[in-house]
Design a protein around this ligand. Structure first.
Ligand code: NAD
Ligand code: TYD
Length: 375
């Protein structure tokens, strides 16, 4: 079946994996990547798709309603996968306005454009909003008496669920965001659901845990630390490094998005996660060990780079998401063990040092002008 799908934020980390998956897997679809190319957008992430006939790029701001509507009309869009957002918690603490503008008003502008263009003809249409587990708030660290964390839990169907507590985020967990980033994402999730409930727009929302893998902007923990180890720069660990995150390989998230876009129930919500909790400091030690080994450094050579710094304001202690609903209803599960995923990720960053260097030097921002402007 022919489809015209708008993917927003496709030049970012997760978006680039989703665009690549859809362009390659569905040659009969036309995939339109709409991205403003903020500092986090990098068209070099999608170099391999530039010649594909079913791929188009539009540089636009999701907040620009008229422009977004014109793009719906130009490409006769029948499906939306919305990833464009400001995504870094530390930046949201310094500049909450930009987060409210893009994540809330930008999402509203897309919703309005979809509602206006589809005009009540919802048959075959889909508005799929990508969100985060951070909207659910923070969990405590806790463990059964006499058991050292992380411990295995039966909370999910996964055999590999390592946990730092007995509470989890479920699809019906009440929202309780703490950072300006998660508050803005929570607000956008509410708007998406309100557009279904009020106008009947066929929406889906998914909330996913921390992603890792190739093409992640080096302000986030894993790529930042890999790059700093390579340059023997300090590794700033917030607080005591005790905070816990659940990590999912980005291609597994992209596969879940594909499945849910095609098979998910309209008006429903699915949690997506790796059943893979790590205390930051333990994760950091794994990264150090892997980078040192792959660089041929003696074991533990980079441990001295660990530098404890002032904690992030309002730093959420633990995120732990239960994705059994997605596993049971749609048959998705993470394909990679964490050890494999980390090995692949570190290798990718070490083999693609030019990609990283062009970001840290700022060269990547010229790519659009060099390659696209006069097309
Ligand atoms: P990212 O920061 O790497 O990419 C965001 C993209 O959005 C960039 O290409 C940027 O140019 C674009 N963008 C920003 N503002 C825009 C605007 N006003 N108009 C058009 N484009 C704009 O983010 P990511 O990590 O790939 O996250 C993608 C989505 O997934 C976000 O909605 C985020 O909340 C969600 N999410 C991320 C994670 C994670 O671990 N990274 C986990 C769960 C959910
Ligand atoms: P991050 O990658 O920013 O993702 P998020 O805040 O959305 O979970 O951070 C992951 C964890 O690592 C988080 O607990 C904050 C911590 N962190 C550090 O300790 N040092 C750093 O330099 C960064 C960027 C993050």
């Amino acid at each position: 079946m022919k489809r015209n799908i708008l993917i927003t934020g496709g030049a970012g980390f997760i978006g680039s994996h989703v665009v690549r998956l859809f362009v390659n897997k569905y040659p009969e679809y036309r995939i339109v990547n709409l991205d403003k190319l903020t500092y986090a957008g990098n068209l070099e992430n999608l170099k391999d798709l530039e010649q594909k006939e079913n791929y188009c790029f539009e540089r636009a701001d999701i907040c620009d309603f008229e422009r977004v509507l014109a793009i719906f009309e130009k490409y006769e869009i029948d499906g939306v996968i919305h990833l464009a957002a400001e995504s870094h918690v530390d930046r949201s603490i310094k500049d909450p306005f930009t987060f409210a503008r893009t994540n809330v008003m930008g999402t509203l502008s897309l919703l309005q454009a979809a509602k206006h263009y589809w005009n009540g003809n919802w048959e075959g249409k889909r508005f799929y909003h990508i969100s985060t587990d951070e909207v659910y708030g923070a969990l405590e660290l806790s463990h059964p008496e006499g058991v050292e964390p992380p411990f295995s839990t039966t909370a999910s169907s996964s055999e590999h669920h390592l946990a730092y507590g007995d509470k989890f985020f479920y699809e019906d967990t009440p929202y309780n965001p703490h950072s300006p980033y998660s508050a803005a994402k929570a607000s956008s999730d509410h708007f998406v659901r309100a557009f279904h409930d009020t106008y009947g727009l066929p929406t889906i929302v998914t909330n996913c845990s921390n992603n890792y893998g190739p093409y992640q902007f080096p302000e986030k923990l894993i790529p930042l630390f890999i790059n700093n180890i390579r340059h023997r720069k300090p590794l700033p660990v917030y607080g005591k490094g005790e905070n816990v995150r659940d990590w999912l390989y980005v291609e597994d998230h992209a596969r879940a998005i594909d499945l849910i876009f095609h098979k998910g129930r309209v008006a429903d919500t699915y949690n997506i996660g790796g059943f893979n909790e790590w205390k930051n400091i333990d994760l950091i030690r794994v990264i150090i060990r892997t980078v040192d080994r792959l660089l041929g450094n003696p074991e533990g050579a980079s441990l001295d780079l660990i530098t404890y710094v002032t904690d992030r304001a309002g730093h959420d202690m633990r995120y732990a998401i239960d994705s059994s609903k997605l596993q049971k209803e749609l048959g998705w599960e993470p394909s990679l063990q964490f050890e494999e995923g980390i090995e692949k990720t570190v290798k990718w960053y070490l083999e693609n040092q030019e990609w990283m260097d062009r970001i840290t030097s700022g060269e990547y921002e010229k790519y659009y002008d060099d390659m696209y402007k006069n097309r």
